[in-house]
Design a protein around this ligand. Structure first.
Ligand code: THU
Length: 157
């Protein structure tokens, strides 16, 4: 038996002003995207913004439904729209932010497992790393690739 360990490296910033200009732009787009959130049940408004390899930024937000499973997260709204509209462009980064009562949550919003799996597949499809920027008003975390938030990715078929 061998004991093994997986380590994850990520960056923490105190505010979006510390981000490089491209990441700041993506974070601001994710914040703007929260305005499109439709979350009458959870009242948890999530915005996401993805960057394509041509520089284009696509926004998405969570969309809830009375038949709960029919709703979808902000990340998947943004990624599915981006992939459906620009199938030949890799997604090189995604930013996510949550707000409640009109205030950005202090802690970064961390994507659900389903969204991580979808990120993983679009990263594989794009053939290059997808960075993940999780934005909170108190702190921001940056991961350089999906593997860092989804170790042992399922991509075997
Ligand atoms: N949600 C997202 O949009 N992204 C996440 O990363 C976590 C959760 C949404 C789903 C649902 O509309 C609400 O937040 C509460 O779970």
């Amino acid at each position: 038996m061998t004991s093994k360990e997986i380590k994850i490296a990520y960056l923490e910033y105190e505010s979006i002003d510390q981000l490089d200009p491209a990441d700041k732009e993506l974070a601001e787009a994710a914040i703007k995207a929260t305005e499109g959130s439709y979350a009458p049940y959870s009242k948890f408004n999530v915005g996401a913004a993805v960057r394509l390899d041509n520089g284009l930024i696509i926004k998405g937000s969570n969309q809830e439904n009375a038949a709960y499973p029919s709703g979808t997260c902000a990340e998947r709204t943004a990624m599915f729209y981006a992939a459906a509209t620009y199938p030949d462009n890799a997604i090189t980064g995604i930013a996510v932010v949550a707000s409640q009562n009109g205030q950005i949550c202090e802690n970064p919003a961390t994507p659900c497992g389903a969204c991580r799996q979808v990120m993983a597949q679009y990263q594989t499809k794009g053939g290059r790393p997808m960075s993940i920027l999780l934005v909170g008003s108190g702190r921001i975390w940056k991961f350089s690739k999906v593997d860092d938030i989804l170790p042992l990715i399922f991509d075997s078929i």
